[in-house]
Design a binder for this molecule. Sequence first.
Ligand SMILES: Cc1cc2nc3c(=O)[nH]c(=O)nc-3n(C[C@H](O)[C@H](O)[C@H](O)COP(=O)(O)OP(=O)(O)OC[C@H]3O[C@@H](n4cnc5c(N)ncnc54)[C@H](O)[C@@H]3O)c2cc1C
Length: 608
Amino acid sequence: MAEYKAPLTDMNFLLYQVFNADKMWQQLPQLNEQVDQETAIAILQECAKIAEQKIDPIARQGDEIGVSFSLDSDGRGKVKTAPGYKEAFDTFVEGGWPALGGDVNYGGMGMPKVVSAFMEEMLCSTDISFALYPILTAGAALSLAKHGSEELKQRYLTKLYSGEWSASMCLTEAHAGSDLGIIQTKAVPQADGSYAITGSKIFITGGEHDLTDNIVHLVLAKLPDAPAGPRGISLFLVPKFNVDENENLAERNNVSCGSIEHKMGIHASATCVMNFDGAQGFLIGELNKGLACMFTMMNFERIGVGIQGMSAGERSYQNALEYAKDRRQGKALDASTKAIKQPDSIMVHGDVRRMLLNMKAFNEGSRALSCYIAKQLDYATFGSGELQQKGDQLSALMTPLAKAFFTDLGFESTVAGQQILGGHGYIREWGQEQLVRDARIAQIYEGTNGIQAMDLLMRKVVASKGALMNVFIEEVTDYIESQQENPAMSEFTAPLSAALADLDDISKLLLTKSVEDINEIGAAANDYLHVFGYTAMAFVWAKMAQVSLSQQDSDAKSSQTEYGAEFYQSKLHTARYYFNRLLPRRLSLLATIKSGSESLFAIEDELF
Ligand SMILES: Cc1cc2nc3c(=O)[nH]c(=O)nc-3n(C[C@H](O)[C@H](O)[C@H](O)COP(=O)(O)OP(=O)(O)OC[C@H]3O[C@@H](n4cnc5c(N)ncnc54)[C@H](O)[C@@H]3O)c2cc1C
């Protein structure tokens, strides 16, 4: 496997030249106090060092050795992480990284999402398994900070931010995955105001491990008299060890790990069966509003899972590029090098270039889009008035997009990288097959990509009667208009405009069809999400092209460009590649959507 190199230049290009994050920070008082360009650059540089030097080296043995399960002296399940994980985690904690995005009132650093999203990318590119422990903890802390009582926040948040404790998210049960409304875990009110939690959760990431002294589980459960379905779900905090009033660890709670799963990938991440046997739990937020509280965490995690997909794609690209430059097979089709006996590098072959450029365009496009969505989340969290409202609307609309689109493209990129390595991509030695195995889960957990597509089309587009999508369409329309006086941009804005018009048309068509036949929505959802994805990615590629063109102009006038002329040339080439060869994918998706649902539902179940 090629050594990981964090794409810091690209990150800084996005933050300060494309999305003007520094200006946003100055505009929002809460952020203005916490962060400026210099601080953010230093943070990302330090994070790159940890990722490259501390986490990257443990990923391979994490995959090979994985986590192991045994019973402690009391017969409770315990999980040992792979060699090197505890040391790497301790280094991560010593650096203060678990506090990065945390609430400043409880020891957090209050950094915006646009910065923490890039930290997540670097962690995931080096080792998704490792990254899951702190990323899930950060998501749980966010939910607690937003919905927890003051007492709970005082008792638990500080230790989650300090990294002394970690957290897990306990939703899934054996019979209830996508459909959380049918969970059976019970919460019985106790005289002291706490709840006795009883039930079994499966597939719980980081439910048990040896990295931290305590694990704080956020658990979905129902009171005995709760309304049926999703409206009867409440959220509880259930610590592995109870905590006394001085915030010291007290007696062990009745929650334990029953077993761990043996999986296709992310072997160093503990995926646990968690049994709650009358464990003491504390309500977070209001009774029966647990799903809404959990969604604070899930929305955060969903963007994080999208970033996971992109991170695996980035790593795949770095690995495949190094291999392709080195590997010599066959000759270029054009005759120029045929006289020389030695075979050419496989970089000369159109098919290899296609796969490399697909990966490059998807990775850089996803990174830009994730930065755009993170910026909307920051407006939603730290902004006010119209800015906040728009940030809220756009982040709600684009969260399922980020999760599903980036993970689909990320997986495609890991497979493309594997293909570039030929047979060497399939065997263990080169590390590429681990990327394929590790990336695959991101399309499944945190709500499958099928569920994300339904969330986008049903809950965001149809339920708002198109209003949320119109916010996006207006934003892009304004951008295209702003470039009308810039002829150099027309090669990008003209196809972007056509894609936007098609997105608008298909959204309206589906709104009409949803009234006539609701099955049209289920049939169209996945393709619709991808049409939206390719269009949104074209928007950010146009923005990147615009900056690159203007930087080239300033270079021509012989002033120094910020990142060097080659950086902008590469961006422009990749932008053109995206518009010429990837954006057209939307056309076949549109044709599929328009073909309707009939052929999907006409066939009787017995005929499958
Ligand atoms: C490694 C790993 C780690 C995990 N970590 C956690 C964790 O930390 N915490 C946690 O709570 N859970 C976790 N999960 C569980 C994960 O989130 C679920 O597996 C996932 O949400 C899907 O649920 P399911 O497996 O029950 O599939 P099902 O819900 O049974 O879905 C099966 C198929 O049907 C489709 N489907 C179902 N309902 C619909 C619908 N209404 N419309 C369209 N299609 C539908 C799905 O898209 C899927 O293709 C983890 C799972 C794994 C494998």
